[in-house]
Design a binder for this molecule. Sequence first.
Ligand code: ATP
Length: 354
Amino acid sequence: MAFLELHGLTKRFGDFAAVDDLTFTVERGSFVSLLGPSGCGKTTTLQMVAGFETPTEGKIILDGKDLSGIPARERGLGIVFQTYALFTHMTVEENVGFGLEMRKVSRAERKRRVADALDLVHLSHLGNRYPRQMSGGQRQRVALARALVIEPQLLLLDEPLSNLDAKLREEMQLELRRIQREANVTTLMVTHDQSEALALSDSIVVIDHGRLRQDATPFDVYETPQSSFVSRFLGKSNNFSARLESAGPDGSKLVCGSLDLQGPRVDLAPGPVEIALRPERITLVGADAGQLRGTVAERVFMGNQWLLRIETEIGDMLVMRYNTGRAEAEQGATVGLSWKPEDIRILPAEETSA
Ligand code: ATP
């Protein structure tokens, strides 16, 4: 049995379903992210797990126990909010120890556990400071220590890194993962940041309009998205409408605009489909080679990669080139684009939401 189970969880505000029949599980000790665009229902889901919102339908089971009717404070959860919500008039030690004081833990044990929690987040030397005397990254660590000191059954993180600048956010991704592993705490995080979800999670639950779109490992959601939405939401993707002509054990035949294409094996009936191709899977070749010819409309140097936008007869294509160590094809140059048939993802033609 999974440690946390959400069964058909639904939250309606009037007629509007903010969370719509959501079912997924979280294994003990794992790190799971709820990922989706703004307004897709992530926070509402987390609030229901935390006990701050009541589900309209469905159940939440934690360690075999139905949480229905159990108030937030009795759920034994550690929560880190986007804003950290630290007490400004308390020192770091007092902030971290607050939950233990509320639980009437003795002074000696409190001291020991606060010291352990600060050690875990590498802040032992700053216990006497006040939050205002700390950087954003340090405050984030205090918030984590405060959530973990009570030894929660489950750690809930609501966009925990979104207030940090880009560089610090990357450093904290690694730190957060280390802390979660060392504390061995089952964690459910809400984020709209796909790179954060990819970097941190054992599995990612992708949500759109309150509904589950895919629940898989970071590798699988990126490499084998099951829908147009997931392919476009995670990373960059070149998506085109196409027609699946035939699909057999040796691969499939597709038509995209005036192009005849080979694709991988697929379990779909012939008809309209969408094809998705990652920019990093496309190779630039001579103008007369490859599957498609195009003109470099823009090129951007990003340090470890070049990003090119190529105009082609089927539409614009993004192409990513890593560590080439030299300047890329000039703007206006004619190039050939090549890829392996198995790099094409063939997805059901659907939806309009982005
Ligand atoms: P964000 O990343 O912007 O925080 P989110 O995915 O966390 O978005 P939620 O905050 O869960 O989204 O909101 C989901 C939807 O439910 C939104 O359309 C929001 O306007 C709506 N909603 C949330 N709370 C309420 C409420 N109390 N009453 C009515 N509608 C609400």
